[in-house]
Design a protein around this ligand. Structure first.
Ligand code: DGP
Length: 115
């Protein structure tokens, strides 16, 4: 058995997290190291998928639920507009291999990285 991911440990309330959303299949917490005024992570409750490539192939409906959750968080905590980022692989800055979407909102021009 592999160790539960850091996100599963937050989900199980073994370590603290600020929950923004909790549905049957996904949950969202504030990122511990925010890169924007709103920086949430939307995470499927299953650890089955390492990254969005695997998720899209294995359960596209769950990927759609993540996008819908991101929109709902942006509606509640920003102006409904948001940047959605999936890091895929260590060289692309992924550090937790339990797929998650970064939802960035309330962005200032200085938060944008040129695209
Ligand atoms: P990534 O680099 O794409 O794998 O993103 C992982 C993110 O997870 C990173 O922005 C920091 C965040 N993070 C890591 N550990 C914790 C934690 O214990 N609690 C919360 N809320 N966020 C965490």
């Amino acid at each position: 058995m592999t160790e539960p991911s850091i996100f599963t440990r937050v989900l199980n309330r073994e370590i603290p997290g600020e929950f923004l959303l909790d549905t049957e299949r996904v949950f969202a917490i504030r990122d511990i190291n925010p890169q924007a005024p709103l920086h949430a992570l939307v995470i499927p409750k299953t650890e089955q998928y390492r990254d969005v490539t695997e998720l899209a192939a294995g359960d596209p409906a769950l990927l759609a639920e993540i996008v819908a959750a991101a929109k709902s968080i942006a509606d509640e905590h920003a102006n409904g507009e948001y940047r959605l980022i999936f890091n895929n692989g260590a060289s692309a800055a992924q550090s937790v291999f339990h797929v998650h979407a970064h939802v960035l909102g309330n962005l200032e021009e200085s938060d944008l990285v040129g695209f």
